[in-house]
Design a protein around this ligand. Structure first.
Ligand code: GTP
Ligand code: MG
Length: 313
């Protein structure tokens, strides 16, 4: 099942962001450090084309530090991209971020004009939290669910820097099915647009394969479960998520697992590595090509059958 969530307010935000882009000096894109690839919005790349860019890997306190290093190296292969790690508590990154803004927009530094930096990223990635940390006061509304910020808001950060807070946006079609699940697991897709048990099955399968020891220790398991279903049944029984007849209530236990993951209770877990992405991109490219071929063949067939009566005349 492919997960997609693109409500009207995101479409509007995308249009509003495009409208102000000529006045924007640089784009600061926040990526979720647990899924740096899947949280990169292709629509933002398109909007920000030609502007200097800082990529902030937010929620790095929740991510696997070894894999975070791999991602930083991956992004910084591109000379125009600078990366910065942030966590909820570390507002000491503020000065570093501001000096990076000055460095990337030298023409406006020390001039009488303000530098305008647009803060972008997927829903719930921590844009408004970062703005508040850098501003040193609660100027932007934050909350642990997607779609908290609804419109564009300009905020003065320092004497010569303004930040533009924006609503989290996704894109109309998430081609990589895994990316959809990872975004949902991280809490960037509204829960009403997904099925919680689908996310929990995805997460369980991933944890069994990539973080077996974490599962065993966190949930005091005697052995590694053989499947996602087996794990969720064990956890459901352990947590008393039972329905009549002693069956495990999968929805209830799914919500427990997903919420514990989002809150970092399982430890520092990253959902994708650069190597995994290379392999997935190949599969997605093949799927897109196959779909295009099928559509072309269908079109040809339709034209052929329409042309038949004429050819007989
Ligand atoms: N653990 C952790 N939590 C964070 C971090 N940054 C933000 N959060 C939490 O993530 C949630 C979302 O933060 P917001 O700042 O509202 O996110 P946003 O990107 O502005 O979200 P929208 O406006 O809905 O697009 C809040 O509960 C924050 O406390 C971080 O670095 N680490
Ligand atoms: Mg916000």
């Amino acid at each position: 099942m492919a997960i997609n969530w693109y409500p009207g307010h995101m479409h509007k935000a995308n249009k509003d962001m495009a409208k102000v882009m000529p006045d924007v000096d640089l784009v600061i894109e926040l990526l979720d450090c647990r899924l740096p690839y899947s949280s990169q919005n292709p629509a933002i790349a398109k909007l920000a084309k030609g502007k200097p860019c800082i990529k902030i890997l937010s929620k790095s306190d929740l991510a696997d530090p070894e894999i975070t290093e791999q991602w930083q190296a991956y992004f910084e292969k591109e000379a125009s991209v600078k990366t910065l790690l942030t966590t909820l508590e570390q507002s000491d990154k503020a000065q570093k971020l501001l000096s990076l803004c000055h460095k990337l927009v030298p023409s406006k530094s020390k001039s009488k004009f303000n530098i305008l930096a647009m803060i972008t990223g997927i829903p719930n990635v921590g844009k408004s939290t970062l703005i508040n940390a850098v501003a040193g006061r609660a100027v932007a509304k934050t909350g642990n669910e997607p779609a908290i910020t609804k419109g564009l808001q300009k905020i003065r950060i320092s004497e010569d820097i303004m930040f533009l807070d924006t609503p989290g946006i996704l894109w109309p079609k998430i081609h990589n099915e895994n990316s959809g699940y990872r975004l949902a697991a991280a809490g960037s897709i509204k829960d009403t647009a997904t099925e919680i048990d689908d996310i929990a099955f995805y997460l369980s399968d991933f944890l069994i394969r990539h973080y077996p020891q974490v599962l065993i220790e966190r949930y005091g398991l005697a052995a590694l479960p053989a499947s996602d279903l087996e794990f969720l049944e064990v956890l459901g029984t352990q947590r008393g998520c039972l329905r009549a007849g002693g069956h495990v209530d999968l929805e209830k236990v799914s919500a427990i697992l997903v919420n514990e993951y989002r809150a970092g209770k399982l430890g520092r877990i990253t959902l994708e590595t650069p190597d995994m992405i290379v392999a997935e991109e190949e599969i997605v490219a093949k799927q897109i090509q196959e779909k295009a071929d099928r559509e072309a063949a269908r079109k040809k067939k339709r034209h052929g059958s329409r042309a038949k009566p004429d050819s007989g005349a």
